[in-house]
Ligand binder design. Sequence first.
Ligand SMILES: [Zn+2]
Length: 364
Amino acid sequence: MLKRYIESGDALEASSGSKKRKTDRGSGQTSTVEISKCKLTTDDYTIGWICPLEVEQIAAMEMLDEEHERLPQASTDHNVYNLGSIAGHNVVIAGLYQAGNNPAATVVTQMRMTFQNLRFGMLVGIGGGVPVKTENGMIRLGDVVVSKPAGGHSGAVQYDHGKARAGKFERIGILAPPPVVLLNAAQDLAAKRARSRTDPVQDNIKRIDTRIRGLRKYKNPGTTKDYLHEPNYIHSKPELTCDQCGCDPLKRIPRPTDDGDDDDGSYIVVYRGTIASGEAVVKDAMLRDELAEEYGILCFEMEAAGALTDFPCIVIRGISDYCDSHKNNQWHGYAAVVAAAYSRQLFFHMLIGEVKRYVLASAY
Ligand SMILES: [Zn+2]
C-alpha cells in the first residue's frame, strides 16, 4: 500500500476550520502569547487520547499543535476534555477521575457517546517496566513501551490478582489488538527513527519548558537516579526513597553505559511488544519476572483492560518504575513526557483520510 509520510512541519491536509498556532517550541522556548482558540464540532474529532493522571494530561496538552475551545456535552458525560490537533488530526484528551480499569472503561464509554466519530484511542501514560534484555537493550527508566502483537499475544494481556493464592496471578486474558492504522504508524516511525541522525521524539520532549515552575517535574532525573535493584533485594520502608531508606547501592544492576548514545538522552529508546494490564499494582520483582517470562511482558499498567473492552487502542507507556518494592514517584514526570512525546510523533505517520475511513469494527 502506498503511503504518504508526513514529517513534522510539512504541509498537512487541511483539517476543517482549524487555525494554526505558531510556536517555536522545537528550540525549547514556549510561547507565552495567548492565542484565540478555534471551535469545532464534536463530530470533527477522530482520535481519543486517554491519560489517567494529571501529570500525563499536562504532558499531552503540551504536545498539541493547537488547542480548541471546549464544547457542550451531555449532562450524563462527566469527563473533562481538552481538545486540539496534532498534524491536522483533531484529538480529544480525556483524563480519568482515578486510575484503574473501571474508571478507564467509564471514561471511554462517555467519551464515545459525546464524540461519535472517534475511530480509536491512544492510552498514554506511565507504566512499570520489566528489566528484561531485548534486542534493543535492557528496558530502563525513561524508555517507552508500546503495545504490539508478539509471541502469540495481541499486544495487551489482562491479569487478575488471585485471592486464593496470595501473590499469584490467577487469570490471564487476551485483549483486543491495537488498530492497524496505529500499528502501521508505529512501524513507520520506527523505520524513520532508525535512519535519522536526530530523534523527533526527543525534539517533542523539548516542547515542555521545564524552566516554568509548574513544569519542573518533567525534567529528566538523569541516569544516575535510575535505580534497578536485584529482584530479591527488598526495600524496607515504602514511605522513604531508596537513598533515605539506605538501600544498598551494591545491590543495584548498573545501567549499561556502552550502548552507543542511548544513555546520553539524545535518543529515546522504544520497545514494542506485550503490555499487561490489571487491577493490582505490581510491587514485587519476583512476581514481575515470573509473569514476564511466561507471557513475554515488557510493561505493567492499570487501564488498558478497561479501555479496550470495546474500543481499539494502542497502549503507550513511559517507564517510571520497575514494579518492585523500590517503586517511587521520582520518574513520573519525565516518564509521562516521553510517552506523550512518542505519541505525538505517531500522528505524523497517519494520514487524515486513512483515520477517517478507519472502521471501528475492523479491529474486532
Ligand atoms: Zn529501595
